[in-house]
Design a protein around this ligand. Structure first.
Ligand SMILES: Nc1ncnc2c1ncn2[C@@H]1O[C@H](COP(=O)(O)OP(=O)(O)OP(=O)(O)O)[C@@H](O)[C@H]1O
Length: 519
């Protein structure tokens, strides 16, 4: 056991309902770079917010969190540890303001208003179960599409068992354990799956394993069903009202949902999760599915079940934790190479993911299984991961800059923290650097360093990210690890940061990619 090994003894951080969030004006709609004038940039860089409460962990370490806005020193300089530079930050004229973090980055800024204690633990990939989860929260984001859907019926109420065809439903009522759905573009053939078990939860979904009832098509024999969780604000029947806030929340949810579905539908890569079908075709055929479905039944929120390819070995964070870290070099290299292929495919198709993290890398096989076929030809013919969770993805035009401040706290790039327009490709490669570092070091790069002083622990993650304040511990003397170069060239300032193609060309990735038969 080394000094890091205990970090995996903690249970996986559950995803959570998060703090309400004060969206700024520009949280209302994502703008392109041309929309953001100099004055706004200055404002983003110079506003100082002073909500500086601290919170105490059970270890009695008082650690301010991202929610509690911090102000960076002025000028903000890179630390001597920052790889490859000594220059001052481009933002060095102003202090950094970090607006209070929003509930989740899914453009649902005001959906959830359940206050969470803001606690953090030190140098771990996840928080202990007895803390309110906060590790995997997402940052504030802005609505990227039209806001209000005026046509949402003002008399809306919620309900659990909506069926869009309920007036003339030709199907039998199979009960809660049976899912009725359609494969994409096969809308004339209703298929049935039986529930097997719950396999995961996110902020906005529960994920369940279902198996096909007729078992004829092996591709859909076992499927992961991502079931949309409507936020309390929409589903609490007592709170339903006709306010613009309600309509806005619903409309944002609809925008986020349709974007995820449309992008997923368009993707076809072995290392990316597949949308196989849906419980109701309207979700993928309509641009305003909630509007359309609630137009029929305005009092009920329609269930949305995305039928996805199933990765039986769960997510990478859980798998790494379950074995207490210490992944072998070859395994890290293989998993990372596939992840790079997935992101390269997305970027080539003008899509940025914006929520790359260990939890969103799904494993098709356990580590033991992968090890067992390592020397067989299957190893080269079969992908071992699928990238998931496209709830924050975005299709972008050439050279379009993003303004939505979204992602997950530990993986977010400094420029997103800054609140200035950013290149989504480079924010994705930053997150890849965080993932690779975490796999090598069994800790997140911007956690307080091992043996940190109380003062260091009190410093927020965002502060360390903005200062590029990370370093090698376990690999400090390992000059031969070719993967280190990727981390050093991604966890760096954006004008020096590697693009996905450069990562792909690195020997760490290329030597693996060249052996694969499926890419
Ligand atoms: N296709 C799948 N196969 C196996 N497990 C899955 C699959 N999809 C999701 N999961 C599990 O469910 C969890 C939540 O899924 P996902 O991240 O897609 O939900 P979400 O609501 O979008 O989450 P988040 O709060 O991170 O945005 C994953 O971390 C994973 O453990």
């Amino acid at each position: 056991m080394d000094e890091y090994s205990n970090i995996y003894s903690q249970p996986k951080t559950p995803r959570l309902k998060q703090d309400g969030f004060q969206g700024s004006a520009d949280d209302q709609q994502e703008k392109t770079s041309t929309d953001v004038n100099e004055e706004e940039k200055q404002k983003a860089a110079s506003t100082v917010v002073t909500k500086g409460e601290t919170h105490t962990t059970p270890l009695t370490v008082s650690i301010p969190t991202f929610e509690n806005v911090q102000t960076l020193p002025t000028p903000m300089t890179y630390t001597p540890l920052s790889p490859g530079n000594s220059a001052t930050s481009p933002m060095d004229q102003s202090s950094l303001s970090i607006p209070k973090r929003r509930s989740h980055a899914r453009l649902l800024d005001d959906m959830l208003s359940i206050a969470q204690p803001n606690q953090r633990v030190v140098s771990e990939l996840v928080a202990p179960a007895n803390l309110s989860p906060q590790r995997v929260l997402s940052l504030p984001t802005v609505a990227e599409e039209a806001l209000i859907n005026d046509s949402v019926d003002s008399d809306s109420r919620t309900g659990e068992n909506y069926s869009p065809e309920c007036d003339d439903d030709p199907t039998e009522n199979y009960g809660d354990d049976v899912l009725q759905g359609y494969l994409l573009d096969h809308w004339d053939q209703l298929l049935l799956w039986r529930k097997v078990k719950h396999i995961g939860s996110g902020n906005f979904s529960n994920v369940l394993l279902y198996e096909s009832m007729d078992q004829s098509d092996p591709k859909v024999r076992q499927v992961a069903v991502k079931r949309l969780k409507y936020p309390e604000e929409l589903s609490n029947i007592d709170q339903i009202n006709t306010s613009s806030r309600y309509k806005e929340t619903l409309s944002r949810l609809e925008n986020s949902l349709t974007r995820e579905l449309q992008v997923l539908k368009s993707l076809n890569h072995p290392c990316i999760v597949k949308l196989l079908g849906i419980n109701n075709p309207i979700f993928v055929t309509s641009k305003k599915p909630l509007h359309d479905l609630m137009g029929k039944n305005p009092r009920i929120l329609p269930p949305c079940d995305m039928i996805m390819s199933y990765c039986s070995a769960g997510d990478l964070l859980a798998a790494v934790m379950a074995r207490n870290g210490g992944l072998e070099f070859w395994l890290i290299q293989r998993i990372f190479a596939e992840l790079v292929l997935a992101v390269k495919y997305l970027h080539r198709n003008s899509i940025i993911h914006r929520d790359l993290k260990l939890e969103n890398v799904l494993l098709k096989y356990t580590f033991d299984d992968i090890n067992s076929f390592k020397n067989s030809p299957i190893y080269y013919k079969q992908n071992v991961i699928e990238l998931a969770d496209f709830g924050l993805c975005k299709r972008i035009e050439n050279n379009e800059m993003c303004t939505a401040r979204c992602g997950s706290e530990d993986y977010v790039s400094p420029e997103i923290l800054m609140g200035v327009p950013y290149d989504g490709h480079l924010s994705d490669t930053w997150a890849l650097g965080v993932i690779l570092y975490s796999l090598f070091e069994d800790r997140l790069p911007f956690d307080p360093p091992p043996n940190a002083s109380v003062r260091q622990r009190n410093r927020a993650t965002s502060h360390r990210i903005a200062r590029f304040d990370w370093r090698w511990y376990r690999l400090s003397n390992n000059e031969t690890n070719v993967g280190k170069k990727i981390v050093e060239n991604t966890l760096t300032r954006k004008n020096q940061r590697w693009s996905i193609s450069e990562i792909c060309e690195s020997s760490f990735v290329k030597t693996i990619v060249d052996t694969l038969d499926f890419s």
